[in-house]
Design a protein around this ligand. Sequence first.
Ligand code: PLP
Length: 481
Amino acid sequence: MDAEQLRKYGHKMIDFIADYYKSIEQFPVLSQVQPDYLKDLLPNFAPDQPEKFQDILDDITKKIIPGVTHWQNPNFFGYFSASSSIAGFLGEILCSGLNVIGFNWLTSPASTELEIIVLDWLAKLLNLPDKFLSSGHGGGIIQGTASEAILVVLLAARDKILLRIGRNSMDKLVVYSSDQVHSFFKKACQIAGIHSENFRVLQTNASSGHGIDPRILDQAIHDDMDIGLIPFFLCATVGTTSSAAVDPLVEIGLITEENGMWFHVDAAYAGNACICSEYRHYLDGVEYADSFGINPYKWLLVNFDCSCLWVKDQRDLVNSLTTNPVYLENMIFRKNNFVDFKDMEIQIGRRFRSLKLWMVFRLYGVENLKEHIRKNIKLARQFEKLVRSDNRFEIVCPGMFSLVCFRLLPHNENDGGYELNSKLLDAVNSTGKLFFTHTIISDKYILRFAVGATLTEERHIIESWKVIQNQATLVSRKFTQ
Ligand code: PLP
């Protein structure tokens, strides 16, 4: 590692990325390449000898960038956004530059300690109950993704109850969620060995805003207990992936508390908005939760990856996930009984991700983060207004956070508008001018327009809506011919 070479290449790479951001609107938002496009452009074997840096940069421009879907393009409205920022990017550079692997305190004390501090900062910003702060047995940990967060708390909850009732009761354990929970929850249950028949999917509907109906939950729990099963885990969502629906945490929390169940709240996307006082009420009831998570990489200007998980008692994670091989023993651990983050996650090696969050807090300040959220939500409502002004369309779900769920009204409802709206979606995305995605709720094909890219302004919303309208005219024409 030659410092001067790093400086030289580093400056060039930063210039390259700065130029990328400067010209980002010129690229089609959705990559237009076909599968296997890269095979024909790159050799079959790794180079034997070093190549010139400039040649590599040229290849990035010519061969890699065409195969990139530009999540940071201001016309990216798909899924939920991955909001990057200069501060997040600089934190990522620092994380990569130091390249420490902070699995325990000794391997990089600052990595462990900064993580504890910034997660306390964020917990206070979200006005989380004190039990989630590091001052007691609780506290936060940065996971890579919300999926990892869900998996580790499910494992902790499983092992906690099995310790009490015995491992041979494994097949009696039952988990609950709504039909709107993120698909990863099912995968987590598979990994955790939950019996496939003990995965309860509670039906939601429009009348409850696609949130869990507490009466249905209560009934399901009692039905299971009546046949000798053991309800032990519920995953609720604040801001579901399909429509940003919110489960009623207070009512659910009372039920899980009464039945001695672990209550996890997945607020991967919408939880970020709750740093603003006007949205904090969506977290009312989090005081009943055993664990709670948000993804700052989705909406708080922290570059991917960064998912924050808080638990009310970190010992539950440690009891389930600890490994203390002799080669990782050290004086500090023995003396302080310090909890190492490696014992609260799947992997051992871990990145110094708190640098990104810390950098974002310090370079922008909380007020600017709130401003970013508010601006996105305002733009989403503006888009919603545009949709409402065209009677060929309908808003399907109530506008929540920065997501708008809508559809082109079909001529007949036989297929839930699937054919018409999927054609419209493909037609719009093929223009390369914007990118958005879809979902299906209650058998209706729904278009999702999620505002959240850092560079999105009013003009992008207005222009995107014009593209959608024009393509709707063309697609509808084909349907009536
Ligand atoms: N939970 C919710 C509510 C989500 O919307 C998503 C992704 O969009 C996830 C979990 C999964 O997040 P990750 O990709 O960080 O695992």
